[in-house]
Design a protein around this ligand. Structure first.
Ligand code: TRP
Length: 334
């Protein structure tokens, strides 16, 4: 049995192993993943097949997948309670993706804004995988009869396609797939770049490493980056759209301390910018220290992690294979 309690609703989400996890990923997605474990049966996936749409070196790719796996555990996803696994270790994803390719229209995929953006950005490598990316994502979600998918607004269009495919298939073959709903997190701020606080904190930030706090940053690095964070010349701590830099610092403070913006303001609203930055840096360093510690411990015990990866892939496969048996039967595959 995959879970002790099979009555709970199912959550599914995925993250690409495309770089070191940063504070934006942590406060925007991962803390939410951790909390959802209390109320749902959660399946979290490292979507390495999706990441193949961009070229990378094999050894490095393998390392990034392991590191992301360890980091997701370090922040508090418990692979004994939830299922945490690597997409390519469950072959059913690719199988269902092919089948869904045959049920998806070119026009639907051509309308995807992420495809349009990515193909503009990677003009030298507009591969078919980039085009069918949302089909594989639909396969991820639907294989597990998912009820809710916690993702950002930028993924809404992909989730719509998953819903459409579930309904399209069910209409012809009967109730095979659950139709998933998006779950936009109630809490969890969208953390912005420290250097260009109008833009979200992102691996592809062009203003350099100073814009991003990685979860593995040392306390000294955290302090130095926050000290250099862009603010404004008005020297008044407030949370408002015309003060993106200061608002971002407040969001970070409230996020890592798990308090509201109001409470953050009553704690540090009277500070000078210097003192504000110090308080934010202290809070971030205190939050990240035990995470880094756990992360290093998990990575150090390679055999244990390998074991967890395999047993969790097997748990995922139990569910995925059962769905595929149904699908194959409906389609008449021998
Ligand atoms: N496309 C998602 C992203 O870039 C990652 C992803 C792949 C995903 N498969 C998924 C998210 C299934 C949720 C569910 O963020």
């Amino acid at each position: 049995m995959v879970w002790d309690n099979n009555d709970r609703q199912r959550i599914y989400s995925g993250m690409q192993p495309s770089g070191v996890v940063h504070l934006g990923n942590y406060l925007g997605a991962l803390t939410n993943w951790v909390h959802l474990q209390d109320d749902y049966n959660c399946i979290y996936c490292i979507v390495d097949l999706h990441a193949l749409t961009v070229r990378s070196d094999g050894a490095q790719f393998r390392r990034k997948c392991r590191e992301l796996f360890a980091m997701i555990m370090a922040v508090g996803v418990d692979p004994a309670r939830s299922v945490l696994y690597v997409q390519s270790q469950v072959a059913e994803h690719s199988e269902l993706a092919w089948i869904f390719n045959c049920y998806t229209y070119m026009g639907e995929l051509g309308r995807m804004t992420q495809y349009k953006e990515k193909s503009q950005k990677h003009e030298d490598n507009i591969n078919a995988g980039l085009f069918t990316y949302p089909v594989l994502q639909a396969a991820d979600i639907l294989l597990y009869k998912t009820n809710y998918v916690p993702i950002g607004e930028d993924q809404r269009q992909h989730l719509e396609l998953s819903r459409d495919l579930a309904e399209r298939f069910n209409k012809v073959y009967g109730e095979v797939f659950a139709v998933p709903d998006i779950l936009v997190p109630k809490v969890g701020a969208r953390i912005k770049s420290l250097q260009e606080p109008e833009k979200k904190m992102s691996k592809s930030d062009t203003s350099g490493d100073g814009a991003i706090i990685y979860l593995t940053d040392s306390p000294a690095a955290i302090r130095s980056k926050i000290k250099k964070a862009v603010t404004d010349s008005d020297a008044r701590v407030a949370h408002s759209p015309d003060k993106p830099g200061v608002s971002n610092l407040l969001d970070i403070y409230a996020g890592v301390k798990r308090i509201t913006i109001e409470n953050a303001l009553s704690e540090i609203g009277q500070c000078s910018y210097g003192a504000l930055k110090e308080a934010v840096a202290d809070a971030v360093a205190a939050e990240l220290e035990p995470i880094t510690q756990r992360y290093n411990d998990i990575l150090a015990d390679k055999a244990a992690m390998e074991d967890t990866m395999h047993s969790n892939a097997a748990r995922a496969k139990t569910i995925a294979a059962a769905t595929m048996r149904q699908v194959r039967k409906k389609l008449g595959l021998l």
